[in-house]
Ligand binder design. Structure first.
Ligand code: GLU
Ligand code: ZN
Length: 468
């Protein structure tokens, strides 16, 4: 257990969980599951102004929908302030940090001077060797190495070398005593025994500072991998312009969480030219070697195609769990069970989303079919009255109502009347569903059952008689 991989997902609760964040969570989760390691959830909520409970809830909700579970946590940084303060004191005591009393005005002046001379804004070290005591308004700075390099041995990008000269004596505690972001992250990752960090490459500039902190604490540095950002189709950073950004928006649009997982993993990871993956397969196959250096490009058509594929690959029971809320939204009071499963069985080859499926399922739950006006006028005509009557009689007198029996009944009637199946299929479809598009006639009839079918055919006969 000592050598177990321990990964983490540390979202900042300043909004919903977006696709990029979900992909980061997924990569860390998959790697932990793949290696039989552990996955830790931590909420980085020290930015009180921007963090909200609503965002925390939204993140939990999204992770739950995606089936990303955690072995430890959720930890909240806001509840760990004392731990950070203890670690800040350790650095002061060991000479790796110092108090700084420079005024904001001085620092601003330093910054603008550096900018004006084309240099990087950087603290000039005024207080570095002063040995100042804590005082009301002193911040704490990290005493960063002045020479040499800090190397990020990145598992995805290879070694990235930072010249320490370019780095700064960055602040680790503000003048109000609150820890800064980099300090809190490192203390958490040390105390939570994190040894593998996969995150977006927007964090790369933090990594050398964090490595310096690990070294100052005498802690071992975790393995880092920085994943390229997700881009929109126009190769700019993914944003609202490219489609919905929040993960749960896709749930609400009728997407299957397994399709979302499959889609997210392919935004940066590949396995030959395989596109379709089940979760189980991903747990088996996910590795760091196949995380690409190039940015993943968000392609909504691909997501839709994967969704259709995952719907087809799911059991009827699984689908029913996802479908029920959409049926409810339409005012349909369906329940889990054989009937719903059979309904799903007739629709899953033809539905790209659960919304589409719920629309397609509506007729199964109506007491009386609502006839689409133009479909009825076109297909429920006097010419089909006689065949419909014969079908009605034959259906009424059969006890068996399975597909082969139904097919046989139809074949006999078509032979007797000399009608082509094509001539009678649409009228029957309209009679049963009210529409011209539906699952196959016989599977639909078997699913609806005898009572519903003959009732609907009778209603169609009545309609034709009344109309003529
Ligand atoms: N809280 C950071 C974020 O949401 C993550 C930091 C990290 O992965 O180290 O971007
Ligand atoms: Zn200072």
């Amino acid at each position: 257990m000592n050598n177990a991989i321990i990964t983490r997902f540390p979202p900042s609760p300043t909004g919903y969980l977006h696709l990029g964040g979900a992909r980061t969570a997924l990569f860390n989760w998959l790697y932990a599951r793949h290696t039989h390691g552990r996955f830790v959830l931590r909420i980085e909520d020290t930015d009180v102004e921007r963090s909200t409970q609503a965002s925390v809830d939204a993140i939990f909700e999204a992770l739950e929908w995606l089936g990303i579970d955690w072995d430890e946590g959720p930890y909240f940084q806001s509840k760990r302030i004392d731990i950070y303060k203890g670690y800040i004191n350790k650095l002061i005591e060991s000479g790796h940090a110092y108090y700084c009393t420079c005024s904001p005005e001085r620092l601003e002046e330093m910054r603008s001077k550096a900018m004006a001379s084309g240099g990087k804004p950087k603290y000039d070290g005024t207080c570095r060797e002063k040995g100042l005591r804590p005082s009301g308004h002193a911040a704490v700075r990290f005493k960063a190495p002045l020479s040499g390099n800090t190397i990020v041995e990145d598992r995805i990008r290879g070694n990235i070398v930072f010249d320490n000269n370019e780095l700064d004596d960055f602040i680790i505690a503000r003048s109000d005593g609150m820890p800064t972001y980099n300090l809190a992250v490192v203390v958490d990752d040390i105390t939570m025994n994190i040894n593998m960090i996969l995150r977006g490459d927007d964090h790369i500039s933090n990594t050398p500072k964090q490595i310096q902190l690990y070294n100052a604490f005498g802690a071992s540095v975790p393995v880092f991998g920085h994943v390229p950002m997700v881009l929109g189709h126009d190769r700019t950073r993914l944003s609202k312009r490219h489609g919905a950004m929040s993960v749960t928006a896709y749930r609400d649009m009728g997407y299957h969480p397994e399709a979302m997982i499959n889609f997210l993993v392919r935004l940066g990871w590949s396995y030959g030219d395989q596109e379709f993956f089940t979760r189980q397969e991903l747990v088996e196959k996910f590795n760091l070697e196949h995380i690409g250096k190039a940015a993943g490009v968000f392609n909504p058509e691909k997501l839709l195609a994967l969704n259709a594929e995952h719907i087809r690959a799911s059991s009827d029971e699984t689908i029913s769990v996802h479908l029920l809320p959409f049926l409810k939204q339409k005012g349909i009071h369906a329940e889990k069970g054989d009937y719903l499963n059979a309904v799903i069985g007739t629709l899953k080859q033809r539905s790209k989303t659960f919304i589409e499926m719920a629309d397609g399922a509506e007729f199964y739950f109506q007491e009386k079919v609502t006839l689409d006006e133009s479909a009825a006028v076109k297909f429920l005509t006097p010419a089909v009255l006689e065949p419909l009557r014969q079908i009605f009689q034959a259906l009424e007198s059969t006890d068996k109502f399975d597909q082969p029996t139904l097919e046989k009944i139809f074949t006999e009637i078509l032979e007797k009347t000399g009608l082509k199946f094509g001539k009678i299929a649409q009228p029957i479809r309209v009679a049963l569903t009210g529409k011209t598009v539906s699952p196959g006639i016989f599977e639909m009839m078997e699913t609806l059952g005898k009572e519903q079918v003959i009732g609907r055919v009778k209603a169609a006969i009545d309609y034709i008689e009344k109309a003529s």
